[in-house]
Design a protein around this ligand. Structure first.
Ligand code: SAM
Length: 375
């Protein structure tokens, strides 16, 4: 299910087996080769058969020493790597330990459901395409599980956490990472542009988060609508929201949110994540979605604001026809005749519903209405 990262871990496995294969290929036949070499040297030197045996023994011994050095080298490298791998904050036992040691009480109103599955965290970072060149903004680091993985993969991480009781915990859990900045702020009131300017010289950053579900739409729309310098947004959201964001015209999930997000970014539903991957378990299913921000919107429109008013009006009354939806909207002030004419010019049936229209069609409808107004 997980995008490129599954391929990554597969190729990693293949590489690991290949290393062991080469090692065994060299190590096993080496003593035999040593014996043959000894015998060959003895034969070439026309040695007395009695002296041949010690030469063969020296060959076997030399090969044995090479194998031992090789084995110790491999073993040493494995132990060194394991020792240098920081202990994961995200294991269930470590998370529990941190929470109990700090007497931390989960706050439901802050949407605190911490991830306790290290594979999922690795996969989120890899799916977000985080590299050592990147500056990453994390929204709501909690006790630092995702921030730790991001810090290991990115050049710079800025983690914005609203809950002040989590700040001392984060300072402890992330003490080993000098590339993490922790800010005790509400992300909805944070000057994100200033962070991007200060931490990444105004160049595009990546946003990665296990979002508190109550701010999913406002924060995603803030990042997209205000055209912040963001390359991509990879976030854990409610499964149902991920499906709405990703929905195509004519489906039950298709709506204003699908169109608003898809105007600014290309969504990719990465994977579903079950409740048992969180502590405490949420009541709903979750999913990771990646939004790759468009350099240029896929539809050109003269008045974005009018297009979005049309979209909202069309989905406010889903069961009504597009014409009725637009006629009844308090946000629009077109006459019935203008709306009928615009729908006709669009080339669709007068009884069409808004949910059947693509983004391009909404853009065209908006331009046609402007034209009818003489603008
Ligand atoms: N990243 C952690 C993890 O994956 O385990 C925690 C994720 S938890 C779903 C959401 C986090 O966002 C919590 O730590 C919560 O306190 C924080 N949070 C909630 N509202 C916030 C806001 N407005 N601004 C910043 N952080 C917020």
């Amino acid at each position: 299910e997980w995008c490129e990262r599954k391929a990554d871990s597969k190729s990693e496995k293949i590489r690991k087996y290949a290393y062991w294969g080469v090692y065994l290929f060299v190590a096993i036949p080496l003593p035999g080769t040593g014996a043959w070499m000894g015998a060959l040297i003895a034969a070439l030197l026309n040695m007395d058969p009695k002296k041949t045996f010690p030469v063969i023994a020296i060959g076997v011994l030399t090969a044995g020493i090479i194998v031992s050095v090789l084995s110790f080298g491999v073993l040493g490298a494995i132990i060194y790597k394991e020792k240098n791998m920081a202990e994961r904050i995200s294991t269930p036992s470590r998370t529990k330990e941190i929470i109990e040691a700090n007497r931390f009480a989960f706050k439901k109103n802050f949407g605190q459901n911490f991830l306790i599955d290290s594979n999922i965290l690795d996969n989120i970072a890899s799916c977000a395409g985080v590299t050592k060149d990147d500056c990453v903004l994390e929204i709501g680091p909690g006790i630092g599980s995702l921030a730790q993985v991001l810090a290991e993969n990115a050049r710079q991480v800025v983690a914005v956490e609203i809950d002040n009781t989590l700040i001392p915990i984060l300072k402890q859990t992330l003490a080993d990472y000098d590339n993490v900045t922790i800010l005790n702020q509400d992300i909805l009131k944070t000057d994100i542009d200033a962070i991007i300017q200060e931490k990444n010289d105004g160049r595009n950053i990546k946003v990665v988060a296990n979002l508190p579900y109550y701010i999913t739409t406002p924060i995603i729309m803030d990042l997209l609508e205000n055209e912040r310098h963001v390359d991509s947004i990879t976030v854990m959201v409610q499964k149902e929201v991920a499906e709405r964001i990703n929905a195509k015209p004519g489906t039950k999930d298709y709506g204003a949110l699908s169109l608003a997000v898809q105007y600014y970014a290309e969504p990719y539903l990465v994977a579903n994540v079950p409740p048992n991957c969180f502590m405490p378990r949420p009541n709903v299913g979750s999913a990771v979605i990646r939004l790759t921000v468009h350099e240029k919107p896929p539809a050109t429109v003269r008045d974005e604001s009018l297009m979005f008013r049309l979209i909202r009006a069309s989905f406010n009354q889903r069961r009504k026809t597009l014409a009725n939806g637009l006629n009844n909207s308090p946000e629009l002030h077109y006459s019935k005749e203008q709306i009928a004419e615009a729908i006709e010019k669009l080339g669709t049936s007068p009884s069409i519903r808004g949910e059947a229209l693509t983004l391009e069609e909404f853009a065209r409808l908006s331009d046609i209405l402007l034209e009818l107004e003489g603008k």
